[in-house]
Design a protein around this ligand. Sequence first.
Ligand code: GN1
Ligand code: MG
Length: 375
Amino acid sequence: MASAPIPPDELAALQSVAEAFELPAPVARIEPLGNGNVNATYRVHLVGAEQGGCVLQRLNTAVFHQPRLVMANIDAVAAHVERRLANGNPDPAGRPWRMPAVLRQRGSGEPWLERDGQFWRMITFLEATRSVEAIEGPEQAREIRAGLGLFHALIHDLPAEQLADTLEGFHITPAYLEQYRRVLAESRVERCGRCSEAIAFVAEREQRAGVLEEARSAGRLQLRPIHGDPKINNLLLCERSGQAVALIDLDTVKPGLVHYDIGDCLRSACNPAGEETTNLEAVHFDLDLAEAVLQGYLGVARGFLTPADLEAIPDAIALLPFELGLRFLTDHLAGDVYFRTERPGHNLDRALVQFRLADSVERQRAAIEALVDRL
Ligand code: GN1
Ligand code: MG
């Protein structure tokens, strides 16, 4: 999605917000950054630091009701990772892992700024890194997944109860299903043929929505700290070596099942068409990419996963694209109130992409199970 230029009055306001933080140099220029579906994100270039600079974000407080707790979680994770790295790198390949630093507000020293009812935070931009919207090859797939594996390896021993639940119901598929049913019953959005197809797709799969939560209730799976949103464009690759060096967008770091992360990363990494495509024919779950991704992940994370964790991976791979499709479809039926959209029907298009992907996963279920066994 190409971003429109920022209007001058908005730019002046952004500059004033940016200057409220302890910046190491004056602001040179501000531009929109990335394609986040929830928060608004800007790159703040600083005088004399064209490559580095900072990232300014306005948190969507309609989604994150307790932004201070979000920042406390980020602080807790950053401090834990720093301690872990100081005691040696857990990565056998020695990737030089980095975390963005949170800047403080001038004067108060708080890691955020509240102004006119809006909540802002500033972090450092990790220079000489890049992210991708769709995987460019198996080598990159391995790096993406190794990045998540390393992140999990670094945070798995942070006691989950030290993190606040900042987004209740996040990745609880049965809860999304309930919300969907409520919205569906009340929705006044006109239903085209594609929308009806999407609704039928959900109806056929409703019974499977609880597969991970049931395993958790039965004690087979346990809560751990998770990232929550490890889609591939949140993983930063070193511009020079191509190695994974950071996982950003830490708002959704909280207690959860690592399976949400594994499933989310795979649904995002193994769909070569990317989640914003409108060419449904191009959407599929690529098993070769999945193999590279899982190999990369397990190479780093195997040490802390139990046999039950491994066994539930195919369920996670099947569930997460269905769940995200359900969330997009619900938002379409609710009139686009949660995810940022660029056009009417955008959320329906996104839902259909995820359902196509879920369908492709289902068709390859046996091969996916065999793959997980083999690895
Ligand atoms: C949202 O904001 P962004 O783009 O990183 C969403 C994720 C979805 C993702 C799909 C808090 O993430 O759960 O997987 O869109 N984040 C939240 O692109 O709902
Ligand atoms: Mg996010």
